[in-house]
Design a protein around this ligand. Structure first.
Ligand SMILES: NC(=O)c1ccc[n+]([C@@H]2O[C@H](COP(=O)([O-])OP(=O)(O)OC[C@H]3O[C@@H](n4cnc5c(N)ncnc54)[C@H](O)[C@@H]3O)[C@@H](O)[C@H]2O)c1
Length: 272
């Protein structure tokens, strides 16, 4: 099985691996035989990793320093997992920085250093499923290269961005699709997983910002049990592996059937 996944001899970068989905992913990558696991996080993971680079994904200076540290070893990168994320218990501006601007900066900075045959996998969310309603605005934001101009655009669009979480995940889904074509030119793939509620240290923050009623309803509307971090990590591992060799530009719903049930009219939003 290890060789089917194809992680042997590979150098893998994971953001947000101190806890939750990212920590579970690191365990699976080890089992899959990944050669070098590099973690970028604000907190040092307890699990043994080959390299920890303390990085604030909401800070461009910190991200650029991480890019320089990754490039310094003279070994390319095979797979990048953009998993770090925060909830709207933090200010909208911070949510947009970490979940979207930082993800894009790290990805575009790392892509030239990635080896053909590699993959980028983002942790998006079902919270981003309504991107078609905002495609023009999301495309406008994604077309901005400068960090400061991105921040200014965010400040000018506070009503649209609201608490930052839903919009940031819509941006991640669109970024995944937009970058897929570009990635093929380099022999790379880019995909996302879109989880529904997951039992991680972040879940209480979603209960606070979205209410218990909405979170419990979303769990019941899907599989009837909350997802585990491992449920999500397995799908991340698949998309980063050679098993997904022809999967590109996909936002994979890992939601226990929640979106399907909603779209098929089998469940209704609370109060409807
Ligand atoms: N838990 C859920 O219900 C759920 C649902 C959908 C999507 N997600 C997404 O899954 C991803 C992982 O979250 P999780 O649920 O495992 O939560 P978590 O809080 O356990 O993990 C988040 C990780 O990101 C790190 N992190 C936080 N801020 C950072 C920063 N500024 N720079 C670098 N690293 C930072 C944390 O230290 C942690 O390791 C996030 O992108 C989140 O949006 C989670």
């Amino acid at each position: 099985m290890q060789s089917l996944l194809g992680f042997e001899g590979k150098r893998v970068v994971v953001t947000g691996a101190y806890s939750g989905i990212g920590a579970s992913l690191v365990e699976l990558l080890r089992e899959a035989g990944a050669d070098q696991i590099v973690v970028l996080d604000i907190k040092e993971p307890e699990a043994a990793v080959d390299e920890f680079i303390e990085t604030d994904m909401g800070n461009p200076v910190s991200i650029d320093a991480a890019l320089a540290a990754i490039a310094a070893t003279d070994r390319g990168v095979d797979v990048l997992f953009n998993n770090a994320g925060v909830a709207a218990t933090l200010p909208a501006d911070t949510v947009m920085r970490v979940n979207m601007l930082g993800l894009k900066r790290l990805t575009s900075g790392l892509m030239p250093n990635m080896r053909s045959g590699g993959a980028i996998v983002n942790t998006a969310s079902v919270a981003g499923n309504r991107w078609p309603e905002h495609l023009a605005q999301i495309t406008a934001l994604l077309s901005i290269d400068s960090w400061d101009e991105g921040i200014a655009w965010i400040a000018d669009n506070e009503t649209l961005i609201a608490d930052g979480y839903f919009f940031s995940k819509e941006c991640v889904q669109v970024y995944t699709m937009q970058t897929a074509k570009v990635a093929t030119a380099q022999g790379l793939r880019i995909n996302s997983v879109c989880p529904s509620p997951v039992d991680t240290p972040l879940l209480p923050a979603f209960r606070e910002t979205m209410t218990d009623e909405i979170i419990d309803w979303a769990i019941d509307a899907g599989a009837g049990r909350v997802a585990t971090a491992a449920d999500q990590a397995r799908s991340l591992l698949f998309l980063g592996s050679d098993l997904a060799s022809y999967v590109n530009g996909v936002n994979l719903l890992v939601d226990g059937g929640y979106t399907a049930a909603l779209q098929m009219g089998q469940v209704a939003l609370p109060g409807q």
